[in-house]
Design a protein around this ligand. Structure first.
Ligand code: FES
Length: 146
């Protein structure tokens, strides 16, 4: 599974390849929004421009899907490594800084610590489904056992 390392929160979170970064963050209780976004956001439509993340490290590059046309338009005057979490799909492990517009206390030390622990690349596809009756019964037995 790809791992998203949230530097500000000091957390690593696993997700499936292709999952939406905003949805994973929300599921895990990670705050993406500053005050404006907390008071009102577009719910992931790419219109409010409040779900910024900065890509700190990109294992093998292309860890997130390419910028969408919405991002190209809305992030024109922002740093090139910023993304809208609601528009980004996680393909491989990636390290991100939520709310990059807000100062990160003790930033150099925290970024260094986050960079020193290697990120697993993770598989790039969903687990294969069992194909035969025998595979299905083995999977069911494994689930019952533990
Ligand atoms: S949630 Fe509104 S732009 Fe991402």
């Amino acid at each position: 599974m790809p791992v998203i390392r949230f530097v500000r929160e000091g957390r690593d979170v696993e997700c499936f390849p292709g999952e939406n970064l905003r949805e994973v963050a929300m599921r895990e209780g990670i705050q993406l929004y500053g005050l404006k976004g907390q008071l009102g956001n577009c719910g992931g439509c790419g219109q409010c421009v409040t779900c910024f993340v900065a890509v700190v490290a990109d294992e093998g590059s292309q860890s997130l899907s390419v910028r969408t046309p919405v991002e190209e338009a809305k992030l024109r005057r922002r740093p090139q490594d910023w993304r809208l979490a609601c528009q980004a799909m996680v393909e491989r492990s990636v390290m991100v800084l939520t709310r990059p517009q807000v100062r990160l206390p003790d930033a150099p030390a925290r970024l260094k610590a986050a960079s020193e622990a290697p990120l697993p690349l993770g598989p790039t596809a969903w687990p294969a489904l069992p194909e035969t009756e025998e595979d299905l019964s083995e999977a069911a037995t494994a689930d019952e056992e533990g």
